[in-house]
Design a protein around this ligand. Structure first.
Ligand code: ZN
Length: 105
């Protein structure tokens, strides 16, 4: 298995985990509907946290999908801004990053 294949598998696994997490979060949010008002007020805060989790996961999913496209196009591992090769240590930490450490926002 080449390192790129391993990376692709890693990204796909992560994508599946995120999809499952988003589905679980949505199910959790839906299950909060149609309860009495007192309970609803307490749950509101928890829901906001859940929504944040969902948003973060969706953002990460977008980044992972873009990374998978770059793998297909043979551009993976190169900075989308300056074209430099992204270090292995950085990719281990952030396998979906499109930028080298110098260009990262
Ligand atoms: Zn760069």
């Amino acid at each position: 298995m080449t390192s790129l294949t391993a990376r692709k598998k890693e990204l796909e696994t992560r994508l599946q985990a995120l999809t499952a997490r988003i589905q679980a979060t949505e199910a959790e949010l839906l299950s909060h509907d149609a309860k009495d008002w007192e309970e609803l007020a307490i749950q509101r805060e928890g829901d906001e946290v859940l929504e944040q989790v969902g948003l973060g996961a969706q953002e990460e999913m977008r980044a992972i999908k873009a990374a998978l496209v770059r793998i297909e196009e043979g551009e993976y591992g190169h900075c989308q801004k300056c074209g430099a090769e992204i270090g292995k240590a950085r990719l281990d930490l952030l396998p979906f990053t499109p930028f080298c450490k110098d260009c990262a926002p």
